[in-house]
Design a protein around this ligand. Sequence first.
Ligand code: SOE
Length: 387
Amino acid sequence: MRKLNVAMIGGGFMGKAHAMAYAAMPMFFWPAPAIPVRKVVVDVNAEMAETARDRFGFEEASTDWRAVIARSDIDIIDICTPNNSHAEIAIAAAKAGKHIICEKPLARTGAESKTMLDAVQGSGSIHMVAFNYRRTPAVALAKKLIEEGRIGDILNFRGTYLQDWSADPDSPLSWRFQKSVAGSGTVGDIGTHVVDFARYLVGEIAAVNALVKTHIPTRPKQSGGVDKLGVGGGDKNAERGPVDVDDEMLTMLRFSNGAIGSIEATRNAYGRNNFLTFEIHGTKGSLAFNYERRDELQVMFADDVGDARGFRTVYTGPAHPYGSGLWPIPALGIGYGETKIVECYDLCTAIVTGKQPSPNFEDGYRIALIADAILASGESGQWVDIP
Ligand code: SOE
């Protein structure tokens, strides 16, 4: 069976999820499209790189991503670093003809994302951007039902991504609050996951009209090399630094196919943890999903008989997308880790078949343009067309 040597750049929170997927993917999907080999992990200093090697099961550790990209034995460059380094690493990887998976959002802006798209075009690289939530079987099932016409023509998409890890004004100044590193706040970090759902399930977004707000203008600075998220993560008495990104967004959407919709995203919604949802209304029925109950898809068909009309709960399992590789009966449950295992399966399948996966850098670029338009509309108060 073909082996694919992986070099993972960044051994933090996302590195953990990706490393687990490399190890577990062939355990779930067998025969696997290929066996990913955890070859080398790169981190910012030798201690962190060695720790990541021991913890995540890589053969080697390095602090020099350029030298790793130059190696002829590496097939996949996996970018798990903060947003400001995605472009430089991806462009170097594309020049070296490597396959690339890049954490989301693709980059800080549409213009920066375009440099990455230009680099992969014609390079022979397979490229993927890691919007993993569309790999939840219930979300893929929604896509299948829509494609089969089971809810008719889509009229409306209503999406949310609500979290509360930054609701406390004394929670630490993660890089996610710094424009130079992150590009934007909720818009890029979590709003883009919902934009990915909207494009995947409904179609291209033509225009947005948004409200964008920063509620908490300063936060305590962090010390140490490891980024801290949320309550209890830092020293609330530390010197405070500026937050120069948004922490809440709300936008109306116009889709190219005539549907309309909305997206709300915030990391300051006390009581909401990973409340990533959509509700979709079509001419023949409706679908609703909530990631906090990610095994379930709520489905309503308008032609159900009168006294049984209403949403039904479909628990995903072997009969549903990716189900044959996951667990043998419905409702055993999938988690965040399984979405990454499915993502890894789709990446390896793309590499062995030579067909670009989705979402790829083209999708990442389109999503970045939509994020730019949301921010511009938040500034101007006007509808903004997506170029
Ligand atoms: C923080 O909001 C975060 O870690 C996001 O960056 C991820 O994309 C999301 O999956 C979980 O929350």
